[in-house]
Design a protein around this ligand. Structure first.
Ligand SMILES: NC(=O)c1ccc[n+]([C@@H]2O[C@H](COP(=O)([O-])OP(=O)(O)OC[C@H]3O[C@@H](n4cnc5c(N)ncnc54)[C@H](OP(=O)(O)O)[C@@H]3O)[C@@H](O)[C@H]2O)c1
Length: 323
């Protein structure tokens, strides 16, 4: 198959940008024509990321040549400054275009632009993505939580509680007092309790009508997210393995288990693993993803696939490494 679209990644010296490139370099119908950085501008991509040796001779610029599709892998606030100047398809991995107002301002502290963006969770429907030119890629925790709750849409209790553990790459490449190695190694630290910015995304993606009490926790891992959602027995039908299996049947980017998943089953892959453990009408639902893949880069490429009308998992069928 020959390449059909050209792509560029803005913010390729960061974690999501590099991960997006990793998937694009292996994609049969995409040719990468440019990549940008800020303080790392001027370096060869394969010097900054030796993983790309042999795949590219691109040099990181402060600007990139035009392309059919632009992936924005920039900090919140920077993506929305650039987006209005861009032509072609734009897939934004930041939170700048995910929420409507007033939820956006409450979550991010600055107003959202009014131009229309599609929220790019593939499970919300493939046809709606076809030909889209502005796609807001979901947040990493938001992806795991939405996948855990979507099969229960309309049958959720009024208050849902969830806990989620995440690895250090979720905080980006620049260390801070709470994210650098000595603070995270051999430690577990809850943060943004009941106020994580991804909560309104999840509630909106799952149709609203419930409150989500979410406790995020930083874990001593590089990659990976595991969310745990206990769900009570409900008159309208509980969370059952069978319900989840049927909901995700035929979805190549979700696997449903009747046991808890773990991170080794998904790290480095585009897949989410869901687990539904039932007892006496109650259930606990788990979702494991790689925050940089299903939570960022591979999901962005899945969204490109849907925009183009290609199979959602084209170029994304890589298996996780075995230990
Ligand atoms: N990390 C995750 O798991 C994850 C998952 C989903 C979504 N996201 C979202 O994706 C976006 C990127 O996250 P990340 O983790 O990849 O961050 P990151 O590792 O900090 O990378 C940020 C990138 O943006 C560039 N940059 C920083 N300031 C800039 C500026 N003023 N102008 C132009 N470029 C600038 C950086 O370039 P230099 O390094 O060269 O300065 C770097 O390439 C964020 O909005 C984040 O919330 C992250």
């Amino acid at each position: 198959m020959t390449a059909e679209v050209t792509a560029r990644v803005l913010g390729a010296s960061g974690y999501t940008g590099a991960e997006t490139l990793r998937w694009l370099f292996g994609h049969p119908r995409v040719r990468v024509v440019g990549a940008t950085a800020n303080k790392h501008a001027g370096k060869r991509l394969d010097t900054l990321w030796p993983q790309f040796a042999g795949a590219t001779d691109l040099v990181l610029g402060t600007e990139a040549p035009p392309a059919d599709v632009t992936f924005l892998c920039l900090p919140h606030g920077e993506a929305s400054k650039l987006a209005p100047t861009l032509t072609g398809t734009v897939i934004d991995l930041s939170g700048d275009h995910r929420l409507p107002e007033p939820a956006h301002s409450a979550a991010y502290g600055f107003p959202r632009q009014t131009d229309p963006w599609i929220y790019g969770l593939p499970e919300l429907g493939h046809a709606r993505m076809r030909g889209a030119t502005r796609v807001a890629n979901p947040g990493c925790f938001a992806t795991a939580l939405a996948l855990a709750l979507l099969p229960m849409q309309g049958a959720l209790p009024s208050v849902v509680s969830a806990v989620g553990l995440t690895g250090s790459t979720g905080s980006g490449a620049t260390p801070t007092a709470t994210t650098h190695h000595p603070a995270r190694a051999e430690n577990l630290r809850p943060y943004k309790v009941l106020e994580h910015q991804h909560v309104p995304e999840v509630v909106a993606a799952c149709g609203g009508g419930f409150t989500l009490d979410f406790v995020p926790m930083s874990a001593p891992l590089r990659r990976g997210i595991l969310v745990t959602v206990p769900l009570p027995a409900l008159a309208g039908g509980g969370a059952t393995f069978e319900r989840y299996r049927a909901f995700y049947e035929g979805n190549p980017l979700v696997r449903v288990l009747s046991a808890p998943p773990d991170l080794h089953g998904v790290l480095g892959s585009a897949r989410a693993d869901l687990g539904v453990v039932e007892k006496d009408g109650r259930a606990v639902v788990f979702c494991a993803i790689d925050n940089l893949c299903r939570g960022a880069g591979s999901q962005a490429v899945a969204n490109l696939n849907l925009v183009m009308g290609w199979p959602v998992d084209l170029g994304l069928r890589t298996l996780p490494p075995v230990p």
